[in-house]
Ligand binder design. Structure first.
Ligand SMILES: Nc1ncnc2c1ncn2[C@@H]1O[C@H](COP(=O)(O)OP(=O)(O)OP(=O)(O)O)[C@@H](O)[C@H]1O
Ligand SMILES: [Mg+2]
Length: 150
């Protein structure tokens, strides 16, 4: 089953939107695999965002992600990566589709509330970076057969 890393970033935590994000992902039919509420260190933030090193927004991005705790989660389902990116909306909230989280709750790219893995391969890498194998819960829901075709 495809898995993706989701973060409710510090602005989402401070604004009390953890429950809103979880509710939308649950309602979509995705299955929660792991979750932890944590303060990210600068060093860990630099590893997570290594791909953005050198970009003009990099320093601001690192300070943003360590400015308060984050809620880190793993969600799974068929096409989980694409489905979650769609539920989050485009990176720039003013370009995010109506009904997406970033459209409905955000205005600025530097305060866009959530992170979601952008490819299946990065999803696997990010899940491994943020969670230990034993923190990932393998479980079934009674409703799975009404949400997952196979
Ligand atoms: N031009 C920018 N100015 C300020 N912050 C930016 C800018 N571009 C990206 N960011 C921040 O860096 C994060 C990572 O950028 P990326 O291009 O990976 O977007 P994304 O994949 O939609 O977001 P994320 O990786 O957080 O899910 C963005 O979510 C945003 O918080
Ligand atoms: Mg990204």
């Amino acid at each position: 089953m495809e898995r993706t890393l989701v973060l409710v970033k510090p602005d989402g935590v401070q604004r009390g939107l953890i429950g809103e994000v979880i509710a939308r992902l649950e309602r979509r039919g995705l299955r929660l695999v792991a979750a932890k509420f944590m303060q990210v260190s600068r060093e860990f933030a630099e590893t997570h965002y290594a791909i953005h090193k050198g970009k003009p927004f990099y320093d601001g991005l690192i300070s943003y992600i360590i400015s308060a705790p984050v809620m880190a989660m793993v969600w799974e389902g068929p096409n989980a990566v694409a489905a979650v990116r769609q539920t989050m909306g485009a990176t720039r909230p003013t370009e995010a589709a109506p009904g997406s989280i970033r459209h409905d709750f955000a205005l600025e790219v530097g305060r866009n509330l959530t992170h979601a893995s952008d490819t299946v391969e990065n999803g696997e890498k990010e899940v491994a970076l943020w969670f230990k194998q034993e923190e990932l819960v393998d479980w079934k829901r009674e409703v799975d057969r009404w949400v997952f075709e196979k």
